[in-house]
Write a protein that binds this ligand. Structure first.
Ligand code: 0X9
Ligand code: ZN
Length: 300
């Protein structure tokens, strides 16, 4: 889907589901809206703060499977009538980097960053890696060269997209108990937990591993005679040290107990340029995984 088709799809979802609210949390450099989906609980019980989960898709332009799977999850979650979503708030930005996504679709398939041009910088090299632009560990495993694919930006939160996400995640964590942050990427079939910027162990690692393994087991199980994808659960720092990512910031700043980066299929054969027939099975696997993961991250 194009960005406009995604926006249309989200508006239709909100129009047909009374539980779904859609709002723009800001504009990009090229003036596109950054859409936030809020799925409200079916039973509003009690007066205490409700548990909430946050999902982010498409912060990297070329990882198209991220948006595709995230949209399918939203569909499932919005129509869920089980106890799974009865009493939680679900927030999701399914396309966090609209400008980059369109550039990847129309001009350079393997584009990763956003499309911002810093007037004081090299005009030939637009774009900041939005997953290096958050403040946590800023500078580690990132580049100060605007022409690099992993350019961190001129300062933490220099970018409109990361500022919009930060502001809204901070608001959510003040009105809810934010229990889970899931940043959806590709590729590699991994479920990473923090930290990514240091080899040190993050708080709650044992619990993140345990819930992550439950996700992976359910995902791998498959259904209707098809085996699911195998996801490895490990620390981000096992991949490479990289800072300024959503998951680490949520963990460090908002003290979210469960923060992950999910790397969707495949394992590398097609890599970022994944044929569209991978979307459906990937979404089914992740949905099975999420149904196991969500109850495990909530307050008992
Ligand atoms: O490098 C990244 O930003 C992510 N991998 S990707 O291939 N999708 O670009 C991994 C991020 C893992 N999390 C942290 N490093 N905190
Ligand atoms: Zn990514």
């Amino acid at each position: 889907m194009t960005y406009v088709e995604i926006a249309w799809y989200l508006h239709e979802l909100a129009a047909k589901s009374p539980r779904v609210e859609l709002k723009s949390i800001g504009k990009t450099f090229e003036n596109r809206d950054i859409w936030l989906v809020h799925i409200k609980p079916t039973a509003k019980e009690g007066t205490k703060k409700r548990d909430a989960i946050w999902m982010e898709g498409g912060i990297h332009a070329r990882e198209w499977i991220s948006e595709a799977v995230t949209l399918q999850l939203l569909d499932k979650l919005a129509s869920d009538d089980t106890t799974l979503t009865r009493n939680i708030d679900i927030y999701c930005v399914p396309i966090a980097n609209p400008d980059g996504y369109e550039y990847s679709r129309n001009t350079d398939r393997l584009w990763r960053k956003n499309r911002a041009i810093d007037p004081s910088m090299e005009r030939d090299c637009p774009g900041v890696d939005l997953n290096r632009n958050w403040s946590t560990g800023y500078g580690v495993g990132a580049s100060t060269n605007p022409c690099s694919e992993v350019y961190q930006g001129s300062a933490p939160f220099s970018e409109l997209e990361t500022r919009a996400l930060k502001k809204e995640m901070t608001r959510v964590s003040s009105v809810n108990n934010l229990r889970l942050v899931m940043a959806v990427h590709s590729f590699g079939q991994k479920l990473y937990h923090p930290w990514g910027f240091t080899k040190k162990e993050a708080p709650n690692t044992a619990e993140m591993k345990k819930a992550g393994l439950a996700f992976a087991q359910a995902a791998a199980k498959g259904s209707r005679g098809r085996k699911g994808a195998q996801y490895e659960v490990t620390s981000s720092s096992e991949l490479y040290l990289a800072s300024g990512a959503t998951d680490d910031w949520a963990k460090a700043t908002l003290d979210v107990p469960y923060a992950y980066t999910l790397e969707l299929p495949d394992e590398g054969l097609h890599g970022f340029v994944l044929p569209s027939n991978f979307i459906k099975p990937a979404a089914q696997d992740v949905w099975r995984g999420m149904k196991k993961l969500i109850p495990m991250v909530l307050n008992k």
